[in-house]
Design a protein around this ligand. Structure first.
Ligand SMILES: Cc1cc2nc3c(=O)[nH]c(=O)nc-3n(C[C@H](O)[C@H](O)[C@H](O)COP(=O)(O)O)c2cc1C
Length: 176
């Protein structure tokens, strides 16, 4: 059976996600790229995985340092998502989009204003089709903006959730 790439993309675009900027260090230079292919794969120990096209410019920096940080973007950071996806803006991605950042607990670039950041150590890299899966053991967390609305991505567009309502997941305990 042959599934056309365009159909696959269309179907997956129906799956709403958050938006992150994955950062890494290239020497002492911060680098970043927009990523929505993030999932948590283990709670204890905490492990996440990101999927990056093998051609992405940031892969060599992640491979060299075996480390990346995931910065979960807030709604007002759409401009960072655009810029770190390579948009033609000034300052551009080569200039780290002019984004304010500080070194996190492990030294990785943590973006100011991000809802939360996970600093990860690469434990495995799997080649799957045209992507790498980078499995990351989570070494440090920050959650400076737990109430900020997240930037969402759906049907290849940003989705704003102002005035949206939420509802409980049946059978799932609500934790503070
Ligand atoms: C919302 C959004 C999510 C993205 N998620 C991913 C992703 O999970 N993995 C990936 O490899 N690229 C992802 N991209 C693409 C890259 O961020 C970017 O478009 C790509 O780096 C194009 O620039 P380049 O080819 O010059 O590197 C995403 C782009 C956007 C706008």
């Amino acid at each position: 059976m042959n599934v056309p790439t365009a159909d696959f993309r269309s179907v997956m675009s129906q799956f709403a996600t958050g938006v992150t900027v994955v950062t890494a260090l290239d020497g002492d230079r911060p680098r970043g790229i927009t990523v929505n292919a993030l999932t948590s794969v283990s709670l204890d120990p905490p492990v996440v995985v990101i999927a990056l096209d093998r051609k992405r410019f940031i892969c060599p920096a992640i491979d060299a340092t075996k480390a990346y940080a995931v910065n979960i973007l807030a709604e007002h950071q759409q401009w960072l998502s655009d810029c770190f996806a390579g948009a033609n803006v000034t300052p551009n991605r080569d200039a780290f989009c002019g984004a304010a950042w500080t070194p996190g607990a492990t030294g990785l670039p943590v973006l100011d204003g991000a809802i939360a950041t996970l600093e990860c150590r690469v434990t495995d890299r799997f080649e799957v089709g045209d992507h790498y899966l980078y499995v990351g053991a989570v070494d440090a967390l920050t959650l400076p903006e737990p109430e900020a609305p997240p930037l969402l991505y759906h049907r290849r567009r940003y989705l704003r959730i102002e005035r949206a309502t939420t509802s409980r997941v049946a059978g799932k305990e609500e934790t503070p």
